[in-house]
Design a protein around this ligand. Structure first.
Ligand code: SER
Length: 611
């Protein structure tokens, strides 16, 4: 069955079963807490929470169904294998009190086994989790068994508990359906979510178990399902990869073996995704969705060399994509000229960047000089070792980002070693310097900044980032108290929402250590110690044992901020530009919401403060 046939069957099946068929919403969501649309349920969030009444808007219907354009950045580095994508189409049916588990599972079973004539190999259900008060989903298990599906496996939070998306929202246990693809592997095709709860925080906070935030039962019990069209097509068309389904084979006129090359897959995914993002009005830029689009286009250009020979192939390819997908997504047709234009502008910008960057590159490394580079865009050699400083320099000055340099390295004929860790370090160093510069510019009591992005817009926000800033000093000292003095700051970043602190440490922290660090900070908050400042010549300041992240960035004389009654016996001392609270009690409750690795030997903690 063609992908067009699958879409049609799906929407007709649910229409027949009294569902309203709703068009895909834009890839740019209404919900400002989400960057791009990642799921079909997003356009229905207000029906789930009860802010809007579905029965009133769609009289006589028991639910809705759609084929939703979706985009997930989380998988971007996975693209190139058999089944990961950034952009994909998601078939879904949704209920907002109209029906629940029994009907949802029965519809899915009927659609897969009758309409698609596929066998369900096995299904998963939620095993339950006491800490969040959600029991094992025995109800779904019994429903599956009554329908004749006997292989029911239980899984945990990571696999079968969905949501919330964004900073809060509906969530709940799920049940997933597995079918065989053309390679004989069982793949997950359909995720059926039972939206039973509302969580007043993000998924990160739910996982961390932030005290004070609890799952609450939703008044309207909802169903949110999502089935990847590309994956279902793999099962229906018996292909080994998604790239051999008609969804890619048709528009990309990929020769069968072309579909199996990593570069071909990256190109196909990124170009298709770029066309859809452009059609919804995203334009290449330096932040948010624009940055994602820029990255996709630039990677597609680099990867195109191996597959199509020259970048001139792009307009032709874009036309093919629009021809193929325009039947279903009409916006592609109306935006056709705009898409071509925006793409080619970005291509030219990139070409310029590349030209200038490469010229410098060859100047720096004469042994790899430009005889290979005869004005053709991407034919050149790169040295076998590229230092972190150099990667950073080319990133910063010429926009040759790490992933681009990596892509180039893979396309080139040399095996290249890139010092990624060194690059990270350079990057962090730079961020700190630019923040110190900004603090100076704002007269010391000014605004804490993200690189290039103003984060505190008013007095209230300034108060919040100031609390987070002092909390960051306390976090560093608490880490040293608990883990030892080898903890060393590698970077930090503070926004109105949270502080992010990177530090050198060789392993993952245990749950007990995280708790101990958090408790240590909160103890010092309770003591309501004064935060004070001494201005000292740098050489003397160093002798106090005060910590500094990067000595050179501070002016002489330097501010030493310390927590305690006097500098000598202070609990925490750091070189710093401020601003800070006057007493630690102002901080409120400090919480660690995440601990993770960012490169080898570097850990990252995200913390928040609550009133
Ligand atoms: N929201 C769920 C998902 O994206 C089901 O649609 O998997």
């Amino acid at each position: 069955m063609s992908s067009e046939g699958i879409r049609k069957k799906f929407l007709e099946f649910f229409e027949k079963n009294r569902h309203a068929v709703v068009p895909s919403s834009s890839l740019i969501p209404d919900d400002p807490s989400v960057l791009l649309t990642t799921a079909g349920m997003q356009q229905f969030k207000k029906y789930f929470t009860g802010e809007l009444d579905f029965a009133k808007d769609y009289p006589g219907k028991i639910g809705a169904a759609s084929c939703q354009k979706s985009f997930r950045t989380s998988d971007i580095d996975e693209v190139g294998d058999e089944r990961h994508l950034t952009f994909f189409e998601m078939l879904g049916n949704f209920s907002f009190g109209g029906y629940f588990k029994k009907e949802a599972i029965s519809y899915a079973h009927e659609f897969i086994t009758k309409e698609m004539s596929l066998k369900i190999e096995w299904v998963s259900v939620f095993e339950g989790k006491d800490e969040i008060g959600v029991p094992r989903d025995t109800e779904s298990e019994e429903i599956w068994k009554s329908l004749g599906v006997s292989d029911v496996r239980s899984q945990g939070m990571d696999d079968v508990f969905w949501g919330p998306t964004g900073s809060s929202g509906p969530c709940g246990p799920t049940t997933e359906i597995y079918c065989k693809n053309g390679a004989g592997q069982d793949i997950e095709v359909w995720n059926i979510v039972f939206n039973q709860y509302l969580y007043p925080g993000s998924r990160e906070e739910l996982n961390a178990g932030v005290p004070g935030k609890k799952l609450e039962p939703l008044r309207i019990q909802g169903v949110d399902t999502g089935m990847g069209l590309e994956r279902l097509a793999m099962c229906m068309q018996k292909t080994k990869t998604i790239f051999e389904t008609d969804l890619f084979a048709k528009p990309f006129f990929l020769a069968a073996e072309g579909a199996l090359l990593e570069s071909g897959r990256i190109l196909a995914d990124h170009l298709r995704a770029s066309v859809f993002l452009l059609a919804d009005g995203v334009r290449p830029g330096n932040k948010g969705a624009g940055y994602i689009l820029r990255r996709l286009i630039r990677r597609a250009i680099i990867r195109s060399k191996k597959v199509y020979g020259s970048p001139e192939a792009f307009p032709k390819l874009i036309n093919k994509i629009i021809d193929f997908y325009g039947n279903f997504y009409k916006e592609l047709n109306s935006q056709h000229a705009e898409i071509l234009k925006a793409f080619s502008e970005e291509q030219q910008r990139f070409q310029k960047t590349m030209d200038a960057g490469l010229k410098e590159f060859f100047k720096k490394y004469p042994e790899f000089k430009a005889q290979e580079y005869r004005g053709e865009p991407y034919k050149f050699h790169i040295p076998k070792n590229i230092s972190g400083e150099d990667v950073f320099h080319f990133h910063q000055t010429y926009g040759l980002t790490l992933d681009i340099i990596k892509d180039l390295a893979e396309e080139g004929s040399h095996k290249v070693n890139i010092d990624e860790e060194g690059f990270e370090k350079e990057f962090q160093k730079h961020q700190e310097i630019s923040r110190a510069g900004q603090e100076k510019k704002f007269g010391g009591h000014g605004l804490l900044l993200d690189t290039g992005e103003l984060k505190a817009a008013n007095e209230e926000e300034l108060k919040k980032v100031t609390r987070l800033h002092t909390a960051t000093h306390m976090l560093q000292q608490a880490l040293r108290d608990v883990l030892g003095p080898e903890v060393k700051q590698m970077g930090s970043d503070i926004t109105v929402e949270r502080t992010r602190f990177d530090f050198a440490f060789p392993r993952k922290l245990t749950a007990e250590e995280i708790k101990a660090v958090e408790n240590r900070v909160n103890e010092k908050v309770k003591e309501d110690l004064p935060m004070q400042k001494s201005v000292l010549p740098k050489s003397e300041a160093e002798k106090t044992g005060a910590l500094f992240f990067f000595k050179e960035k501070y002016p002489d004389p330097v501010n030493v901020y310390f927590i305690g009654k006097n500098l000598e016996n202070a609990w925490s001392k750091e070189f710093c530009g401020g601003p800070h609270v006057a007493h630690t009690g102002e901080i409120g409750i400090f919480k660690i919401v995440k601990e993770e690795a960012v490169g080898s030997g570097v850990r990252r903690i995200r913390g928040i403060v609550e009133p």
